[in-house]
Design a protein around this ligand. Structure first.
Ligand code: ZN
Length: 171
């Protein structure tokens, strides 16, 4: 699936960040600032073994609705164009622009609905799930997510001791 970008601001130093991501931002929510090199939490990233997949990416329903909406927009904007050119003798460029946007939306949403409906996304999803599970096999990483408030499924907690007891001692 296509690439997209997540833009944000580093909470530690205020640097504007812009990261390339996959369509539904599957990846670790623990990010590193390119300027101050500190880590921070960005919950827009989905740790899929915990958060699950984005519903838009696993069911064609979202894009079928989008397709219907764009198609209605396309029909209405074409109707407006037809009316003004045939009965009023003019058209305006805004009308043409709306037709183009609606046509692109109609084709794009139908394409995505078919892509998801036929299961083409499953192979990529399996890869993201495998990467997520691999991260969660790291006890330090799991403790870090817990410290950020994540509820970790029991299967990833095997062999991980309670960090607050472990580090609670004072010298
Ligand atoms: Zn920073």
């Amino acid at each position: 699936m296509g690439m997209s970008y997540l833009e944000g601001t580093c909470p530690k130093c205020g640097e504007k960040t812009r990261e390339q991501s996959n369509t539904w931002a599957y990846g670790s929510p623990i990010r590193f600032c390119p300027r101050c090199k500190q880590e921070y939490l960005d919950k827009r990233w989905r740790e899929v073994a915990i958060d699950g997949f984005d519903p838009r990416g696993t069911s064609p329903a979202y894009y079928l609705k989008c397709f219907v909406g764009c198609l209605v927009g396309l029909i209405l904007s074409y109707g407006w164009y037809y009316y003004t050119t045939h009965y009023r003798g003019y058209y305006n460029t805004m009308n043409i622009a709306i037709i183009i946007v609606a046509a692109i939306g109609t084709i794009g949403c139908l394409g995505l609905a078919i892509y998801i409906g036929l299961g083409f996304g499953k192979k990529a999803d399996a890869k993201y799930m495998e990467e997520s599970k691999r991260r969660l096999r790291d006890a330090d990483y799991v403790r870090k997510l817990q410290s950020y408030g994540y509820v970790i499924p029991a299967e990833y907690l095997v062999g991980i001791t309670n960090s607050s007891e472990e580090m609670g001692g004072q010298q």
